[in-house]
Design a binder for this molecule. Structure first.
Ligand code: SF4
Length: 414
């Protein structure tokens, strides 16, 4: 009977999936074929990626307790997909002081954070010293907090003003406390697409140069892709091939993170008539294809719960992903573009979402050292989240404690 489940899988797709599961490298046409799957082919594709994930990383699902800090939203690069940037004179432009940033770090550490993820807009008035002083300021008070900071775009900006060789500047940041780098600003690593999306941003060769230089000095980074806008399937597959090629050379990527385009509140979403952002099927295909094309070189495939929402994120755990990413605590880059899946997914919520999919949650460091494994829910640590007022609707008398007390819960009889 079970043969019926896969009887309709086309021979070409079955052969590609077989090769991927045998550990053989997939080529460009294989990637295109998998992105085009539907129905039984699509289901077999996700299942194969899930099997590969289990072989590569086992059944644990990791997450990191971290806080996002955006130190400024002042930026003049003008990327069409960005809802975060502001010009200096705008009323909601900000440039946070080191004291404001340290206050956020204190709150993060009190809530269990091991990492701070720090990125900002490209403010022409900021230079190499500003970036370095932020690192020094944070490390002076929090020597054990891992700083994950500065995209290749920010590195490019700092470098242009530093008068230093690129590797010298990167070393100087590491000496000041930089732990790892976000491999963001990648979007799609194809200059035809970049020229439309963000003509003022660094181009593919420069992104690669900065990432490779970082890896060369031992500064590891993530790798990302932003999909679901104007790109074609060939651009996605070529992007994955390029990331794989870099990883073969340097081994410096800690993980790969597909990021779905958020379209609601930015210029690209309004002028791109085809673009409503990726569907759930697109999200799962990107996760599955990343697993199958990048194995064995990149073993950590992370989904973005901010972009896809916690429920699709749960399905991504059955489609090749092994990592839930960060708790974030605050998030403005996706939110300002229209994402409405929240800014904070505390550790207890991470554990719940992971366990609901029959998997075991583990807390990791930024570089994927396992810090804690949560086998038994009874032994979970208490929440470190501050108490929030309960938000309720309905008749007023049900919204207070007396109203809640009237609701009697009984054990169901088995
Ligand atoms: S994506 Fe980054 S570089 Fe581009 S406009 Fe927004 S803040 Fe500036």
């Amino acid at each position: 009977m079970l043969e019926k489940l896969y009887a309709d899988v086309s021979r070409g797709v079955a052969e590609i999936l077989d090769r991927a599961l045998e550990g053989r490298e997939l080529g460009h046409d294989d990637g295109l074929r998998l992105l085009a799957t539907e129905g039984p082919d699509f289901q077999a594709f996700l299942r194969a990626a899930d099997v590969a994930r289990s072989e590569d990383k086992g059944d644990d699902v990791s997450f990191v307790v971290c806080r996002n800090v955006n130190f400024t939203n002042v930026c003049y690069v003008g990327c069409s997909f960005c809802g975060f940037a502001r010009h200096r004179e705008e009323e909601d432009a900000y440039d946070r002081t080191i004291d404001q940033i340290l206050e956020k770090c204190r709150d993060a550490v009190a809530r269990g954070a091991t990492e701070i993820c720090m990125q900002g807009g490209i403010d022409p008035q900021k230079n190499f010293d500003d970036y370095r002083n932020l690192l020094l300021g944070i490390k002076a008070e929090f020597p054990n907090l891992h700083i994950h900071a500065y995209s290749p775009e920010e590195m490019d900006h700092a470098h242009a003003k530093s008068g230093m060789a690129l590797d010298e500047m990167l070393r100087s940041f590491v000496e000041a406390g930089l732990g790892t780098m976000p491999g963001t600003a990648a979007e799609i690593l194809d200059d035809e697409i970049r020229g439309i999306l963000a003509p003022n941003k660094l181009m593919t060769a420069r992104w690669r140069e900065i990432i490779s230089a970082a890896h060369e000095i031992g500064l590891r980074s993530t790798a990302t892709i932003m999909y679901g806008h104007i790109e074609k399937p060939r651009h996605i597959v070529s992007h994955l091939e390029l990331i794989r090629e870099i990883q073969k050379e340097t081994g410096g990527f800690t993980e790969f993170v597909p990021l779905g385009f958020i379209h609601e509140k930015n210029a690209l979403g309004h002028v791109n008539i085809e673009g409503h952002g990726p569907s759930a099927a697109d999200d799962l295909k990107l996760i599955a294809l990343s697993r199958l094309m990048l194995r064995p070189h990149i073993q950590n495939i992370q989904m973005s719960w901010v972009k896809m929402g916690p429920k699709v994120a749960q399905l991504a755990l059955q489609s090749g992903a092994n990592d839930m990413g960060g708790t974030l605590m605050e998030e403005s880059i996706s939110r300002e573009s229209g994402a409405d899946h929240g800014e904070n997914l505390p550790a207890e919520e991470m554990r719940r979402l992971i366990r609901e999919m029959g998997r075991t949650p583990v807390e990791r460091s930024t570089k994927y050292d396992i810090l804690r494994r949560f086998e038994d829910p009874e032994k979970d640590p208490p929440s470190l989240e501050p108490d929030h007022d309960r938000e309720m609707a309905g008749p007023r008398r049900f919204r207070n404690e007396r109203g809640l007390a009237r609701v009697q819960l009984h054990d169901l009889q088995h």
